[in-house]
Design a protein around this ligand. Structure first.
Ligand code: N01
Length: 533
């Protein structure tokens, strides 16, 4: 590595919620920390996803850092579910409050990282060809940061603007008076559709697979709710970390079969009225038993048919190809009602497949739909995409890309064998975005920080996952997924949305609390499964 490399003890890649907390925590432990961020501001996914209607599907009080009690006291969330601008302001507030920005190089995208075994350090190169060297490399690159633009025939012929929801232009995009086409009906699509439809536009929605969506029942935050949350905050944090999902919703402990049809209906109605993702916990076995799941799925389809006036449109919106909740359930603000508007049309791509994009239209086998603007709400190369976009080379110059040819291989989702001193925050094989990711981030960063303290205390400078421990963990991740209905869906959780991506369940589904206990046990047993030198 040339002499002109910028050196730090720890280099963090990314300044989203994971990167920010990593900077805070590792600096506090006395490390010299530098972070590289591709964007020109902090916030990560909440920086890039500034599309109309972007909002978090986890309640704002719970989708918050827990590490600093002062933050809880001084930050007033204004709604039950926060909008993207408010979450971005929160990230900026945290960065300012803790003076984190001075450790971040913005507009700096990492292109490669190579482990130099002789020097026992990582050498990192950016797209601008700047060089960095560090002992420990912390990848805080995010799980939904590598947007997926499908290879649609004729896409480059389109004359109007094309916007991916995950790379929405900053500043106002004026859609008024436009014919807007949108492809994709996942969480991003559903939010964009519900919001854009209210403008003076002609909106055509191109849907390949209908999704289950439950009402959000958003409402303004009240002073009472805020005060109550603050008063019980310590207990809430304990309960959040002791939970499976990192959220404080009530999971019904009763299996569907032990309830009468009337009790099941009443329980589903109650959760539908309450709003939010706790609908997937109406029965204890809703996500593990097909019959239990079918009660909730039938109920949700009945709701769609009740809401949507045109019977054909309603039928097209009813999901039938996956159990409810096995693709991340969408949480909406009157999404289905949107299709009763005269300016909104649904095109079912299963009935009339997309043929090509023309200069000013989307063409299916049944017709041509004029469009001035094309929105792609087509998702992400989730969990592994951002990591594998970087050319990461470990021992012997072996690439992470090759090592993960048949799916990601990690120990605890924290490290991968052959890549010493490289930590992944919310990496594949950890609970990550299967739970409240803010807590998953804090748990990972805390573990890494403690690990570096322990290494220092024993005079070690190198940690690497053992291959046998990793093989066992990969198997454990698969086993946990197989206990559930999740693998049945062609979702981004199994990489099904990316052509050629191996079908492997990407997240650990054993729950945040159980996973946290495993990580603690590993640590308390002398970092069992890791080699320390
Ligand atoms: O992405 P998705 P997303 N032709 O992959 C369609 C988080 N998030 O950005 O299902 C036609 O879910 C694709 O169709 P199909 C949250 O974790 C959270 O919406 O592959 N259609 C699907 O409809 C979420 O789960 C929030 O048949 C094509 C859509 O594009 C995750 O991000 C908000 C296509 C992609 O849906 C990802 O959500 C937003 C093609 N060639 C996001 N290719 C909240 O907190 C893809 N599609 C609320």
């Amino acid at each position: 590595m040339p002499e002109n490399a910028t050196r730090s003890d720890v280099l963090v890649v990314g300044a989203g919620f994971a990167g920010l907390y990593a900077i805070y925590k590792l600096r506090k432990d006395g490390h010299n920390v530098l972070a590289l961020e591709a964007g020109d501001g902090v916030g990560g996914v909440w920086y890039w996803n500034c599309y109309p209607g972007a909002r978090c599907d986890i309640e704002s009080l719970q989708y918050s850092y827990t590490f600093d009690p002062e933050l809880v006291k001084e930050w007033d969330w204004t709604e039950r579910y926060a909008q993207q601008p408010e979450i971005l302001s929160y990230a900026r507030h945290v960065a300012r409050r803790h003076d984190l920005e001075r450790h971040i190089r913005f507009n700096t995208r990492v292109s490669s990282a190579r482990f130099d075994a002789g020097a026992n350090e990582w050498h990192v190169v950016t797209v601008q060809d700047e060089l960095f060297a560090c002992r420990y490399l912390v990848m805080a690159t995010g799980c939904l940061s590598e947007g997926q633009v499908p290879d649609l025939p004729g896409l480059h012929d389109f004359k109007g603007p094309i916007y991916h929801t995950g790379a929405w232009p900053r500043g106002k995009v004026d859609l008024n008076g436009k014919r807007v086409a949108i492809i994709g009906t996942g969480s991003s699509g559903i939010q964009t559709i519900s919001t854009v439809a209210k403008e003076d536009v002609q909106l055509t929605v191109f849907q390949r697979t209908p999704n289950f969506s439950v009402p959000m029942r958003n409402r303004p935050m009240t002073q009472d709710v805020l005060s109550d949350w603050r008063a019980k905050h310590q207990a809430h944090v304990r309960d959040l970390y002791a939970s499976k999902s990192g959220q404080l919703f009530d999971i019904n402990a009763v299996p569907a079969a032990e309830m009468t049809a009337e009790q099941r209906k009443a329980a589903l109605e109650e959760r539908w009225a309450f709003g939010g993702p706790s609908f997937t916990r109406t029965f204890t076995d809703l996500l593990t038993d097909e019959t239990a799941n079918s009660y909730a799925a039938d109920f949700a389809r009945d709701k769609i048919r009740e809401i949507v006036k045109d019977p054909q449109t309603a039928a097209d919106l009813c999901p039938t190809d996956h159990p409810l909740g096995t693709k991340r359930i969408c949480v909406d603000l009157e999404y289905f009602q949107t299709y009763n508007r005269p300016n909104v049309k649904l095109v079912n791509l299963r009935r009339e497949p997309l043929e090509r994009i023309a200069e000013n239209a989307v063409v299916t086998t049944a017709g041509s739909y004029p469009a001035d603007v094309l929105i792609l709400a087509t998702g992400y190369d989730a969990v592994t995409g951002a990591l594998l976009k970087i050319d990461i080379r470990g021992l012997g110059g072996d690439s992470l890309h090759d090592a993960w040819q048949e799916g990601p291989r990690t120990y605890l989702g924290l490290m991968s064998a052959g890549f010493p001193n490289l930590f992944m925050i919310t990496g594949p094989g950890s609970p990550s975005i299967a739970v409240n990711v803010i807590l998953a981030i804090e748990q990972h960063v805390d573990w890494v920080a403690r690990c570096l303290r322990d290494l220092k205390a024993c005079g070690a400078t190198r940690i690497e996952a053992e291959k046998t421990a990793q093989d066992k963990w990969v198997e454990a991740v698969r086993e946990e997924a197989d206990k559930t209905l999740f693998p049945k869906a062609n979702s981004f959780y199994v990489g099904a949305n990316i052509p050629g991506k191996p079908r492997v369940f990407l997240l650990y589904l054993g729950g945040l609390a159980a996973y946290g206990e495993i990580c603690t046990r590993v640590r308390d047993n002398g970092y069992r499964g890791f080699v320390i030198e």
